[in-house]
Write a protein that binds this ligand. Structure first.
Ligand SMILES: Cc1cc2nc3c(=O)[nH]c(=O)nc-3n(C[C@H](O)[C@H](O)[C@H](O)COP(=O)(O)OP(=O)(O)OC[C@H]3O[C@@H](n4cnc5c(N)ncnc54)[C@H](O)[C@@H]3O)c2cc1C
Length: 428
């Protein structure tokens, strides 16, 4: 599964080995693969990770088809921006490439990447005219061992970049919107295809989906930093989470180094996100307005200026799925996207890493004749648990979470958060 393995340099070799070890721990058994081809609806991050990893197997060479409308790029920050270090490890394995190459395509260059090696947090507190911060504390440090915690990159560039990197793999791309399972099957390159759903339509292949009971609201924008560099509480190469408690929950704020070839003046980006109960009435426009003011206000308190917000500001209201049981895929199909959408990926920066881990593990399970549902579910369990813990702290015990964060960030973010570093950081 490593055509370029011999050509990888030491850092990339360590990352590749870490991914392979993780996959082998999850996909232990060996069975007989039931499929001679795969046809995948959707060309998002998870779909491309699955397609890329599968296409590297000689069994599936030239038998993998991706069917989806071509990705459209714009400056607007529509989906996730915080790409975890571990996610990049899995992306390189999925597309058989190197970290430098990934950084070149997703951020424009592999030099001085938009990376954070540490994470810090504080409470952001509103004052009559501005914002102030409680004492900042650090909760993850990868600097000592050079492990990247996160990169800040625009999602539509990541998707388009993955598609560019996938072009060298034996995958057929069809630029069409899939209407049904039968329609998807018509593109298969074999007689026994696996049909894979990597789209935002949970019922595309006939699977059942319950309406979500929670939604996530989010606003995000790229920021221009002061010429002389960022000022406290921001710090270079350090992601900063200024939490805000309001209306019975915590709005998760997150600011990280960022680079986007379409917004060259921006070197940081920021987001506020909040989980809301669907049964409780809320005014979407009013919430977005308030959260945007909060984002710009907290940014201004750190001397950051939004970069062309009329073109770049992203506002989202997306479903948060249940954290628990994931219904099995119908025979002959894999409902891939459902696996990595568990919980509220928007507000814990884990949607992309889950898509990449799910895609890679799912492909290896299929190749080895193992039920991909079981393998992906097991592989993603730690990410789902941490997402649930984050939700619990922000939405169920926000007062206590604030008190702890104000008293001591390292204490508030101690175990199990500390144990979660491996779910964020790159292997080297
Ligand atoms: C505001 C916001 C902030 C977020 N922040 C973060 C973050 O910081 N870090 C993080 O990791 N995650 C974050 N997330 C989550 C993350 O963006 C998603 O989990 C991830 O991008 C989804 O990956 P995907 O590419 O598989 O899915 P999508 O991007 O949803 O891709 C689905 C694909 O399916 C295609 N499609 C749809 N219908 C059809 C059809 N009928 N036929 C064929 N193709 C079809 C679409 O064209 C699309 O390409 C955030 C999300 C939001 C909304």
């Amino acid at each position: 599964m490593q055509p370029t393995g011999a050509k990888l340099r030491s850092g990339d070799l360590i990352r590749r080995k870490a991914v392979d070890d993780f996959v082998h721990k999850t996909v232990k058994r060996q069975g007989t693969c039931a499929y001679d081809s795969a046809v995948i609806a959707g060309n998002g991050i998870g779909a491309l990770a699955f397609a890329g990893r599968l296409a590297q197997s000689p069994m599936f060479e030239g038998k993998v088809t991706v069917v989806a409308p071509a990705a459209i790029e714009s400056r607007r920050l529509i989906n996730g921006v915080t790409l975890r270090g571990a996610a990049v490890d899995f992306m390189t394995a999925a597309l058989d490439t190197t970290v430098d190459r990934v950084l070149e395509v997703v951020s424009g260059s592999s030099d001085n990447p938009p990376v954070a090696y540490r994470q810090a947090a504080a409470m952001a507190l509103r004052t009559p005219s501005s914002w102030r911060f409680s004492r900042r504390g650090q909760w993850q440090d990868g600097l000592a061992d050079g492990r990247a915690i996160v990169y800040g990159v625009r999602n539509s560039r990541v998707v388009a970049g993955m598609r560019e990197l996938a072009a060298k793999l034996p995958i057929e791309f069809v630029d069409e919107r899939v209407e049904s399972a039968q329609h998807l099957r018509s593109f298969a390159r074999g007689r026994s295809p696996l049909l894979v759903n990597g789209t935002t339509m949970p019922n595309l292949l006939g699977g059942q989906a319950k309406p979500p009971s929670r939604m996530v609201l989010g606003v995000q924008v790229p920021f221009i930093a002061p010429e002389g560099g960022v000022l406290y509480p921001l710090e270079s190469q350090t992601a900063f989470a200024p939490a805000v408690r309001r209306s019975g929950a915590i709005d998760v704020g997150y600011f990280t180094p960022f680079r986007d070839p379409l917004s060259p003046r921006s070197s940081w980006y920021g987001i506020y996100a909040r989980v809301v109960d669907r049964k409780v009435a809320f005014n979407r426009e009013a919430e977005w307005r308030l959260m945007t003011e909060q984002l710009f206000g907290v940014g201004a308190a750190m001397h950051l200026v939004p970069d062309d917000p009329e073109e770049t500001l992203g506002r989202a209201l997306v479903p948060a799925s249940a954290w628990g049981r994931i219904p099995p895929s119908a025979p002959g199909t894999l409902d891939l996207k459902r696996h990595y959408s568990g919980g509220a990926p928007v507000f814990y920066a884990d949607g992309m890493v889950m898509g990449l881990v799910g895609g890679v593990v799912g492909a290896d399970a299929v190749i080895n004749g193992v039920n991909p549902d079981d393998a992906i579910r097991a592989a993603l369990r730690p990410w789902r648990r941490h997402n649930l813990l984050w939700y619990f702290e922000c939405n169920k015990i926000p007062f206590l979470a604030e008190m702890l964060l104000r008293a001591s960030v390292p204490a508030a973010m101690s175990y199990p958060h500390t144990a979660g570093k491996k779910l964020w950081a790159s292997a080297t």
